[in-house]
Design a protein around this ligand. Structure first.
Ligand code: ADP
Ligand code: MG
Length: 353
């Protein structure tokens, strides 16, 4: 048996693992006393839709700006496609950014806005026109090429901002709350659009790094996501992993509803839709009392105070229950039951030191 040197071992493992497009190693960034990004390690694979999810101020935008090169880390290292770019300027990195406020040029037509990056790069006029036309098709904007941004709706402007970044076919597309300015209905439509666009450009192989504070958006759109809290990653995984197996109390509460109980020295979480609620006194499970009822149309959310301490939120579809039935159940005695395999142990708060 021969012993491999470290570079050889790395080269060997690189050939079998999927290509890593973005790698952060021990990245830290502080502004005065505020540590915005506190030692982040992250690997994003080529072609992945990867989301940075977290509350306001958790360091998502700073992380994105570090990847883009608008900020330099105090320590740590940033690699794009295996190349150390930590000291490189933004224009020396194969990334494009889409901001929440679109930042379109108001005096330019849609076509000129979209062509801008190609013109700066010196792409010839005919080629420019061909690529702009193509990307406007992908973004479903073919008939507005000659309009000015002001003559378009918010959703259309968002698509132009996206088209303007995509037309450059960057290795990595960075999106900072790109749908944040749209109302709920349009935002949900654009989520589907964005996923469609990502699939359509997948042969070019663009990696999407997406920032949002909206857990539903993160769960529906991402291949994988990282949950940020105070400049650190609390958990990284697929939407199903993070939702079904939250590793910390913070994740349990931020992604979904926090349902944490302590029993026999064990701290665990169980998701609301996994808890059965019985009204009969002789059924199995833990006894308690319904403290609160929230009728949400399709389903009702019940907050149950358990006799043995703690409370759980339970969700029930309104199959046969009317809103009046649901609301009348406030104060009633119930028993709650869940399967052991639907519970997940929690790290203690601050246990990720
Ligand atoms: P997020 O995008 O998750 O809301 P940010 O990355 O914007 O979070 O900010 C993380 C922390 O760093 C916050 O406390 C914020 O106030 C601080 N911060 C971000 N940018 C600056 C800056 N340019 N100067 C000072 N503090 C900043
Ligand atoms: Mg932000």
């Amino acid at each position: 048996m021969t012993t491999q040197t470290l570079p050889e071992a790395q080269a060997a493992s690189a050939t079998i693992s999927p290509a890593v497009d973005v790698r952060l190693l021990g990245v830290r960034k502080a502004y005065g006393d505020v540590v915005a990004v506190d030692g982040v390690d992250l690997e994003i694979e080529a072609g992945e839709f990867f989301t940075l999810l977290g509350p306001s101020g958790s360091g998502k935008t700073t992380t994105l700006r570090l990847i883009a090169g608008f900020e330099r880390p105090d320590s740590g290292r940033i690699e794009l496609s295996g190349v150390d770019v930590t000291g490189r300027a933004p224009y020396e990195r194969d990334v494009n950014t889409v901001f929440q406020d679109y930042a379109l040029f108001p005096h330019m037509t849609v076509a000129d806005n979209v062509a801008y990056g190609l013109r700066v790069k010196g792409v010839p006029r005919a080629e420019r026109r061909r690529r702009v036309e193509q990307i406007l098709q992908v973004a479903r904007l073919p008939n507005v090429a000659d309009r000015k941004p002001i003559q378009l709706s918010g959703g259309q402007r968002q698509r132009i901002a996206l088209a303007r970044a995509l037309v450059n076919a960057p290795k990595v597309l960075l999106l900072d709350e790109p749908l944040g300015a749209l109302d709920l209905k349009l935002r949900q439509e654009m989520q589907i659009e964005l996923k469609r666009i990502q699939r359509e450009v997948s042969e070019v192989g663009i990696t999407f790094v997406y920032v949002t504070h909206d857990q539903e958006e993160a769960l529906t759109m991402s291949d994988r996501l990282a949950v940020f809290n105070e400049g650190r990653i609390e958990q990284l995984g697929t939407p199903a992993e993070v939702y079904e197996h939250p590793a910390t109390e913070f994740v349990a509460g931020f992604v979904g509803i926090s349902n944490v109980l302590e029993r026999d020295g064990r701290r665990f979480t169980v998701r609301p839709e996994k808890v059965q609620m019985h009204f009969g006194a002789n059924d199995g499970g833990e006894p308690g009392r319904i403290r609160d009822v929230v009728y949400v149309g399709m389903f009702t959310r019940y907050v149950v105070e358990l006799d043995s301490g703690g409370e759980l939120t339970v969700v029930r579809q309104n199959l046969e229950t009317s809103s009046a039935d649901a609301l009348e159940s406030r104060g009633r005695r119930v028993r709650l039951e869940w399967r052991p395999e639907h519970t997940f142990d929690m790290e203690r708060p601050g246990g990720h030191e």
